[in-house]
Design a protein around this ligand. Sequence first.
Ligand code: PAF
Length: 273
Amino acid sequence: MKETSKRHLHNGKTIGFVPTMGALHEGHLSLIKRAKSENDIVVASIFINPTQFAPNEDFEKYPRDMEGDMEKLKREGVDILFMPDTKSMYSDGFSTYVTVKDLSDKLCGAFRPGHFTGVATVVCKLFNIVKPVAAYFGQKDFQQAAIIKRMVENLNMDVDLIICPTLREPDGLAMSSRNVYLSHEERRAAAVIYKTLLSASKMTKSGESNPVDVRKQMHDMLKAEPLISEIQYAGVYDTNTLDELNEFKRQNLLAVAVKIGSTRLIDNMIVEF
Ligand code: PAF
């Protein structure tokens, strides 16, 4: 992959990069479409990165669909698919990790210790290998995007980060590879996440509430859905620090993480004044 990238760069081509863990859905394909429209060469990677899963998480059962993924990538006209194996990414004696302090312990990080170190480390490695001028991520993983942005700034990396809108199912559920874990009933119940964000966004825009009221309303709506087994967080956060807000700012992050059965789902919306 390094040699191929060098050859394209030598020939004056720009490389756009879409890193993924496979089980591709329309959300991933929208990133690829955007990358195609802005670069000479598009590289997609599929690598289920073990360092971003805790031992009790779903690494083993994470959905895998190599054939389907390759078909989709071909259809979208991806130029290069990079699929490293675990041994070549994490050789014996691997001991260098990237941690974006502060941002990594909040929101999802509080429930998934070590997760964002795994993400930042693998994305740093992938950037070094693929050497893209631009990399494409989804807004659904807002915290991941914020952490990668901070890493790129702090480590002086030459990569433009393009954050693309979340794609949704007809009932509003954010597309995610993990949605396949949901039973029929759980899938129906999951629509409450988007409904909660929509209603919180209306409340925020109304100008007649504060973040504390919005948070309460979000928790009330989520608690009313019996299939939600755990609310990990739901509220209004600062888009830069990811801290919970007591007063609205110009830009506000409404964010939710819940478990439905044993499936963890996240979603968010930005409200700007
Ligand atoms: O968002 C993902 O699919 C993963 O976290 C990423 C960015 C490919 C790193 O493994």
